[in-house]
Design a protein around this ligand. Structure first.
Ligand code: SGN
Ligand code: CA
Length: 535
């Protein structure tokens, strides 16, 4: 009998329909996310505010997405969407109030089961601990900038120092000492900065408080041409940003000037943040912020509203951008380490934010709206093994897409009920395989801080149609090409009647596709009633 010839492994794999690529080493994943980092404050997007050389490096050596967006522009819902690959009405984390339902399947759990070593350091904001991680150290709730508390699997601890540096030290320490060389890793490296109240490190506030930044064209927006929601939102620099907590004027100085903060909130927050610092940190702080308070006491009495607005804008930008300087610098430390360790080639490095943020555009800070500065988020990805350096994509990708992207990159099948789409075709230069024409958005947290009304909508390249509901019933339509600043709601303009009719059909369709409905809207309103958040 003729001896049987055993085919080689490669032939077997080819016969089974596998390509050579699938037998390659699985990539590491370094997911870097900050909290409330506006794309307007990344020089790869625009350098009118500051330089971010390290985030830019990821973009330059990889791909920059100029139309990345979120499904619900607020912290915890965005994080839950990233981990589950589902819209917020499906995973149930619709806002920052309700705890995350840990029976949801998350992509880190799947990667861990598939042999990835997994770790998370920084801000999660779920009200419970992450599942699927071999190691984690997370900030409780929003966390603190100075000498922050951490929750760990071994109990709680306080670490002395500045939060952005500490989260990076924890990340680097794990990569250096805990990483097993025979397994790929998933690292979630999650900054608290630049979240409100924008408290910078000493090395950055010294420099940034000396600087003056260009004002946005819409700083003095009066919201004419927009709906009720824009008029009633409480996120205007002049009216809602506090001089003490946000602008760092000492409470006794502000009180002396007769400045009223709503229910002393700003004063209390300033005091609680300041009291976290040790005596050296306080002394350094006082050297810089003491004179700022004194100068404010001298100039405030002569300020009219527009001068006060301008002063607040500068104070806001000085601290916010100084926080980003620390984020960028620390990302540089991690990239340098990956370089040294020979890990850069086969590590997917992602930099993104949990949502966008207003930097004075429309007179606002905060986010929540479907409007661009809030809805869009920065996204740059570096993976030399697959992504050509200097790539750019204008496709409308979402935080919804991360889970399936990472699972595909790791060769792990994605559960059928995940709702995103893997970004692999866009990463690997095959945009023809990507055919998304519209994205869906739904914001719920109302009534709540900043008072942005509940709304959902559909966004295409050309238009944005949104329905504000619950205590209003208003529609808004923006022509994204003709009116990129979204100043004119053209919903009632007869010239757009056909567009409205067409988009309403598409909105119904996309709501059905993602399994959202009027019944679910009512269900989540009822959940607020049950919790006595509304009557
Ligand atoms: C805090 C902030 C708000 C912010 C929410 C949600 N106030 O309440 O300004 O909108 O968090 O932010 S603060 O003065 O306490 O910081 S999120 O990023 O967590 O969604
Ligand atoms: Ca956030």
């Amino acid at each position: 009998m003729k001896p049987m010839v055993l085919p080689g492994l490669a032939t077997l794999l080819m016969a089974a329909g596998c390509t050579e690529k699938q037998t390659e080493q699985r990539p590491n994943i370094l997911f870097i996310m900050s909290d409330d980092h506006a794309y307007q404050a990344i020089s790869a997007y625009s350098n009118h505010l500051l330089e971010t050389p390290n985030i830019d490096r990821i973009a330059r050596e990889g791909i920059l997405f100029s139309n990345a967006c979120v499904t619900n522009s607020i912290c915890a819902p965005s994080r839950a969407t990233i981990l589950t690959g589902k819209h917020t009405h499906i995973h149930g984390k619709i806002d920052n109030n309700f705890p995350f339902d840990t029976s949801n399947v998350t992509f880190p759990q799947l990667l861990q089961q598939a042999g990835y070593q997994t770790a998370m350091f920084g801000k999660l904001h779920f009200g419970n601990n992450p599942r699927g991680f071999d190691e984690f150290m997370i900030l409780p709730d929003q966390g603190d900038y100075y000498n922050p508390d951490f929750i760990t699997p071994r109990g709680d601890t306080v670490i002395h120092g500045y939060v952005t540096d500490i989260i990076t030290d924890l990340t680097l320490n794990w990569l250096r000492k805990e990483r097993r060389k025979d397994q790929p890793f998933l690292m979630m490296y999650l900054h608290k900065a630049p979240h409100r109240e924008w408290i910078p490190a000493e090395r950055h506030y010294r420099a940034f408080t000396q600087r003056t930044f260009p004002e946005p064209a819409t700083l003095f927006d009066d919201y004419a041409g927009r709906g009720t929601a824009a008029h009633t939102a409480e996120m205007n620099l002049l009216r809602h940003m506090t001089v003490s907590a946000d602008n760092k004027v000492y409470p006794d100085v502000a009180r002396e000037l007769g400045i009223k903060e709503p229910s002393n909130w700003g004063y209390n927050v300033f005091n609680s943040k300041y009291s976290r610092m040790d005596s050296t940190q306080k002394a350094h702080w006082d050297e810089v912020y003491g004179p700022i308070s004194e100068e404010f006491a001298r100039t405030y009495p002569a300020m009219d509203d527009s001068a006060f607005m301008r002063w607040k804008y500068q104070r806001y930008m000085q601290d916010y951008l100084a926080c980003i300087a620390a984020v960028d610098e620390n990302i540089g430390r991690v990239l340098d380490y990956l370089d040294e360790a020979g890990l850069l080639e086969n590590t997917i490095v992602v930099y993104t934010s949990d949502q966008g943020f207003y930097l004075g555009e429309h007179g606002w800070f905060d986010k929540r709206f479907i409007y661009d500065e809030s809805f869009k988020t920065p996204l740059v990805i570096r993976w030399p093994a697959k992504i050509a350096a200097g790539s750019r994509s204008e496709e409308m990708v979402q935080n919804l897409d991360f889970a399936q992207t990472f699972l595909e990159a790791a060769g792990v099948p994605a559960p059928a009920d995940m709702q995103g789409e893997s970004l692999m075709p866009l990463l690997t230069g095959h945009p023809e395989k990507w055919n998304r024409e519209a994205v869906y958005y739904h914001y719920y947290e109302y009534p709540s801080v900043h008072m942005v009304k509940r709304h959902y909508g559909i966004v295409t390249r050309e238009f944005k149609l949104a329905h504000f509901y619950y205590d209003v019933d208003e529609w808004e339509l923006y022509d994204r090409e003709k009116d990129p600043m979204e100043l004119h709601n053209v919903y009632a303009d007869p010239a757009y009647a056909e567009v409205v009719a067409d988009l309403k059909v598409k909105l119904e369709k996309i709501r059905r596709k993602y399994k959202d409905s009027d019944e679910l809207d009512q269900h989540y309103i009822q959940a607020y009633r049950d919790k006595n958040l509304i009557k």
